[in-house]
Design a protein around this ligand. Structure first.
Ligand code: MRU
Length: 339
């Protein structure tokens, strides 16, 4: 990912491994500061995932992979390390995929490096396929952050936009702010600034206004877990955007790598939904906005039924929900995904 530091562009990953330490861009500090969080053991890794130092399904998976390689290297008790990391966040399937991959590959650093590189290559492919859906002056709405920060590089929903922009298409992105953690306003907008992509942050409840005016050509979002029938979990608020898109005749695309598909779950009702702290809703940036004595409900994700999805954009190509069986077949033939 391109990162502008003191006016100079440098290339950086969201997660990497250096001198025995898992290094993470601290996503809690973006856009105010570019700070690196050092995770030195499995406790630090579990904390970083739970507290959202790192977030986004594929990036969580890569962090877990490096964290387990580090724990193995440091001779930690691997049963405990795996359990600690497994319990951090329940919804993103990539976390469990990465843990399984590392278990199958002896927790080696080579395996973690391979896992990370696969995610980078696959998100670039998603970008290339997704770009074919974006018109020359495409106006795209996205929700949450499914960019390089959420993967390691490229992103899922943002990868097609980056490639479209690199090809010279004059795209415009509507960025939902994404309460309560503001991943859209804080992270997606920051990434689009780094890439020089024209965009505007909109309040979460403004999407219908712009869709209704005919100002949005397509919606692209990421996913945290996709069930066998195509129902999928993504950041809270995704479901209503999908319904609005259908109402307004706007195609709604879901960009995700094979690691996000969970064919063991038949439909969306089986996807575990993380419930986060009330404080994230009652406060904005640590300032209390709700009345004392009020409580909040804070589901971190919602489930969108497959009927609202125009197509899934994957590293294998673009598939309508009725063709999800083809994704499964391709994953079965894909050595990396089969493990
Ligand atoms: O709670 P988060 O920030 O980890 O949620 C992330 C999302 O919902 C993203 O849209 C999803 O993981 C796709 S990331 C490529």
């Amino acid at each position: 990912m391109k990162v502008i530091v003191d006016g100079t562009a440098k290339t950086m990953l969201a997660v990497w491994f250096e001198n025995g330490i898992v290094k993470l861009i601290d996503q809690r500090k973006i856009p105010e500061k570019l700070e690196i969080f050092d995770a030195r053991n499995s406790d630090d890794v579990a904390y970083a995932i739970r507290d959202m130092v790192v977030r986004g399904a594929p990036a969580i998976g890569v962090t877990a992979a490096y964290g387990l390689a580090m724990a193995y290297n440091n001779k930690e008790n691997m049963g405990e390390a795996v359990e600690k990391i497994r319990k951090t966040r329940p919804t993103a399937h990539d976390l469990f995929k990465a843990i399984h991959y590392m278990e199958e590959n002896g927790f080696s650093l080579d395996a973690a490096n391979r896992y990370s590189q696969e995610m980078i290559n696959r998100s670039r492919k998603i970008g290339e396929y997704g770009n074919t859906l974006i018109p020359e002056k495409g106006r795209i709405l996205t929700h949450c952050n499914a960019g390089a920060l959420a993967v390691v590089d490229w992103g899922t929903a943002l990868a097609p936009m980056r490639i479209a922009n690199n090809e010279g298409k004059k795209i415009f992105v509507y960025v939902d702010e994404t309460r309560p953690r503001l991943q859209g306003a804080r992270l997606t907008a920051w990434e689009l600034v780094q890439e020089g992509i024209d965009h505007a942050v909109i309040a979460d409840n403004a999407a219908g206004f712009f869709m209704g005016k005919g100002d949005v050509d397509l919606v692209i979002v990421g996913a945290d877990r996709i069930a066998a029938n195509g129902d999928f979990a993504n950041k809270i608020g995704t479901y209503e955007k999908a319904v609005l898109a259908r109402e307004n005749g706007i195609p709604f695309y879901v960009a995700a790598p094979g690691s996000t598909f969970d064919f063991t779950i038949p439909n969306g009702t089986g996807i575990p939904i993380e419930e986060r702290s009330q404080e994230e809703v009652l406060n904005v940036e640590k300032i209390r906005i709700a009345s004392g004595g009020s409580r909040a409900l804070n589901p971190a994700f919602d489930v969108t039924p497959f009927k609202y999805v125009a197509a899934f954009i994957t590293e294998y190509g673009i598939f309508t929900p009725s063709k999800i069986g083809s994704i499964r077949k391709m994953m079965d033939q894909d050595l990396f995904m089969r493990v």
